[in-house]
Design a protein around this ligand. Structure first.
Ligand SMILES: O=C(O)COP(=O)(O)O
Ligand SMILES: [Mg+2]
Length: 221
């Protein structure tokens, strides 16, 4: 059984422009200066609540829990609509179709909350490929805790799985889960590639089907 589990932001979709826009709409409504695109991008990885906490700190708003809840609700209001500025990375849909034709069973493990995860998967026609999904609020734990990745792997099969992601969080999650990791190098990673544990690396989605085929051929051998 070939099980491939994907991260979402920075891996399948480039969602940073919409996350940046939503963060700045919150700041604008509070009469505060905008944050840069690079700042917003660097805040992605641990989910929406964490991103909003980092936006608050960067804007000198501190850490107050009530303020955080209020601003996070505003942020989700701006973010949860159709993903207007978000794009699929080149070659994603072709790669998923090829993996499906190869007999792979596929799932998703993201820190993005459930509602926007569902909207994004449907918007980009990825929902039909994902047989099991764990979002940032599906379980009490989220990545880099290995629980959500184990949850998806168990829901799909007991066979060997491969996790495909873009970030430090994904590399740590896969390592703690004991699941081999393939890293997409064009996402939101901040650490040099060599410093992150990974079994495979790829810079274009065209390359993933061959990597997956070789990975599972070796796993069986
Ligand atoms: O929403 C985030 O911060 C990260 O989402 P991801 O786990 O899909 O990369
Ligand atoms: Mg990611």
């Amino acid at each position: 059984m070939k099980v491939v589990i994907f991260d979402l932001d920075g891996t399948l979709i480039d969602s940073a422009p919409d996350l940046h826009r939503a963060a700045n709409l919150v700041l604008q409504s509070e009469g505060l200066p905008a944050i840069s695109f690079e700042q917003a991008r660097s805040f992605i990885g641990h989910g929406a609540a964490d991103l909003m906490r980092k936006v608050m700190r960067a804007s000198g708003l501190g850490d107050d829990a009530g303020e955080h809840a209020r601003l996070l609700a505003k942020f989700m209001g701006h973010y949860e609509g159709e993903p207007g500025l978000t794009t699929l990375y080149p070659g994603v849909v072709d790669a998923l179709a090829r993996l499906e034709a190869m007999g792979c069973t596929m799932g998703l493990c993201t820190n993005k909350p459930e509602q926007p995860t569902r909207i994004a998967l449907r918007h980009f026609g990825l929902d039909r490929y994902m047989q099991a999904v764990a979002s940032g609020d599906t379980l009490p734990q989220r990545k880099p805790d290995p629980a959500p990745l184990h949850h998806v792997a168990r829901a799909l099969a007991d066979g060997t799985a491969l996790y495909v992601g873009d970030s430090e969080v994904d590399a740590e999650t896969a390592e703690r889960a004991g699941i081999p990791f393939a890293i997409y190098t064009e996402g939101y990673r901040k650490t040099p590639l060599e410093a992150l544990p990974h079994a495979h690396a790829f810079d274009h989605w065209d390359r993933l089907p061959d990597i997956v085929a070789a990975h599972f051929a070796d796993a069986v051998a």
